[in-house]
Design a protein around this ligand. Structure first.
Ligand SMILES: Nc1ncnc2c1ncn2[C@@H]1O[C@H](COP(=O)(O)OP(=O)(O)O)[C@@H](O)[C@H]1O
Ligand SMILES: [Mg+2]
Length: 257
């Protein structure tokens, strides 16, 4: 079964009154976007800043509802579920962000922070905490340290440990390597690919950087101003882009050291 199916997603935000003169009263952040993610597959979303990628991620996480369209997780419309049913489904999809501090409390030992999704499920399992640390290439003993004691790359590993501790089926990564140096980026991308192999994770991988997306994705969606420009197998789009915009992203990616 398809893991995630997004059908004709649209999301509008009201514009501030001051910007309204002669314009529509809303901004369409995401317009008619459809895609599918299969188990174990990496789906990449690429587009410049403001193209609607994070809005898409928030809808896929059921943090906010689309104005139009549907998102099915294993066939269930996540925005039609009642609160208890959605809570039961939550452990199946997890998210990591550009800034790992957003999911780590600076005043808490990281072992406490990564167990948080388990506590939300009513589970206390120190062995799962240790297992998660090891799965991301850290040590169980690292749980006794504080976030500031780690490097940026290690902190992103900890955020990943926190995300996989519930044994999710889908991981949503929004600009998860964008703040890291190129060599550390490569290590984190390798880790994500290893975890995908060992856990069968579906990954929704969002980045403004086509070079990063191209290195790991099976399927690709190129977005511009909220609209889907190209969608299909990543190799096809990369070898034969049909839009000038995609070609400009490819050129920008090729220019990098
Ligand atoms: N909560 C919000 N309220 C109003 N406008 C928003 C909100 N979130 C995003 N936007 C606008 O929607 C557009 C898409 O934003 P976003 O999804 O963050 O793009 P990206 O992640 O690709 O940079 C932008 O123009 C942004 O300003
Ligand atoms: Mg964003």
């Amino acid at each position: 079964m398809t893991l995630l199916t997004a059908h004709n997603l649209t999301r509008r935000y009201p514009l501030p009154r001051t910007k309204l003169l002669g314009k529509a009263p809303f901004l369409t952040a995401v317009s008619n976007v459809s895609f599918e993610i299969n188990p174990g597959e990496t789906f990449g979303v690429v587009g410049e800043s403001g193209s609607g990628k994070s809005t898409l991620a928030r809808m896929a996480m059921a943090f906010e509802a689309p104005d139009d369209g549907t998102i099915l997780f294993e066939g269930q419309d996540i925005h039609a579920l009642n609160a208890p049913d959605l809570r039961r489904l939550r452990p199946d999809f997890q998210m990591i962000f550009q800034d790992p501090f957003s999911s780590l409390d600076p005043r808490r030992k990281v072992g406490w922070s990564i167990a948080e999704p388990l506590r939300a499920m009513g589970i206390t399992a120190p062995d799962r905490v240790a297992e998660s640390f090891e799965q991301v290439g850290l040590h169980a003993a690292d749980g006794d340290k504080y976030p500031h004691e780690f490097s940026g790359g290690q902190r992103q590993r900890i955020a990943i440990a926190r995300a996989i501790i519930t044994r999710p089926k889908l991981l949503i990564a929004d600009e998860a390597v964008s703040a890291l140096d190129v060599s550390v980026q490569a290590q984190i991308l390798n880790l994500l690919m290893d975890l995908q192999d060992s856990l069968g994770l579906g990954i929704l991988f969002i980045s403004h950087d086509l070079a990063v997306v191209a290195s790991i994705c099976d399927t690709l969606l190129v977005m511009q101003h909220g609209k889907p420009l190209e969608y299909g197998p990543a190799v096809d789009i990369l070898q034969n882009p049909s839009h000038t915009y995609t070609r400009s992203l490819l050129t920008a990616a090729g220019d990098k050291p």
